[in-house]
Design a binder for this molecule. Sequence first.
Ligand SMILES: CCCCCCCCCCCC(=O)SCCNC(=O)CCNC(=O)[C@H](O)C(C)(C)COP(=O)(O)OP(=O)(O)OC[C@H]1O[C@@H](n2cnc3c(N)ncnc32)[C@H](O)[C@@H]1OP(=O)(O)O
Length: 254
Amino acid sequence: MSKDTSAEDPWHSGGKLHPVLGTRDPQLADAQRVWGEDFEPVDLSELEGADPHLEDVGEQMRRLRDALTGIADSGADLAEAAELLRRAADIVEPQSPDQATRLASQWRKGGPGARRTNPVGGTENVIAPPLRAFGHPDGSVSARITLGLPYQGPPGCVHGGMSALMLDHLFGFANHWVGLRGMTAHYEIDYRKPTPLLEPLDMKAWVESHEGRKIWVRATIESGGELRVEARALFISANVPLPGRDATAPGEER
Ligand SMILES: CCCCCCCCCCCC(=O)SCCNC(=O)CCNC(=O)[C@H](O)C(C)(C)COP(=O)(O)OP(=O)(O)OC[C@H]1O[C@@H](n2cnc3c(N)ncnc32)[C@H](O)[C@@H]1OP(=O)(O)O
């Protein structure tokens, strides 16, 4: 794939995902094929939370997550925070249905699926960085993120599993962006140089080729203009049962 030279490049700009295949909108077409005609299309990058308080709770949890990691030797007094957090958990827990009920509710017809709660980009998920991906006219998708101490593996570096997780997720977006859909079947990763914490990471993923149910994808992570990680994967279009529904999310049929 050639490098994106679009003047409207949404890289890092917070821009919306937008269609790239002429007049056909692959996101809308795929969504309607999965969810039916009454599916309300929402740009992933612009997906609103069902409840603004939920987004806010997620944000406050992430602030705490980042502030707490590595705090042990600072002499901080956490007694009041621990009490407040216990009270918060006591308020939320009794109101939260069991996980199987919540899972089915996520995948109800017209529901959000895991988009708001997945472990990479889910703004309601405290373990998600959260990563935001943007689509480009050349068919690639990209994301920029700076990871902090919660994601440390080697000293001062991003945990290799975190890099693999983020790129696997980005592969999903790369498929989605060009109207494909699949499950990771085979995944290879090369760690070329250490990936730093506290420095911006530029990630890119794209579909290299596609034949029948097989989709070959590639991705990179760069930092400071240097290649840190490169990955290749084979995705296979597959029907995935939807929790709580007598339906599947169909794989790519072309
Ligand atoms: C909203 C959007 C945003 C999206 C944003 C969110 C995106 C999230 C993306 C996350 C992605 C994931 O984590 S996915 C989760 C991790 N992956 C999984 O759990 C997948 C588990 N595996 C499976 O379910 C299965 O193995 C499948 C579905 C992949 C394939 O099984 P199958 O359907 O029975 O197909 P099968 O006949 O075995 O294989 C079909 C063809 O592919 C080949 N093939 C199959 N597996 C492999 C393999 N590992 N390596 C090489 N080749 C393989 C076979 O040889 C065959 O070739 P031939 O004989 O036809 O030539």
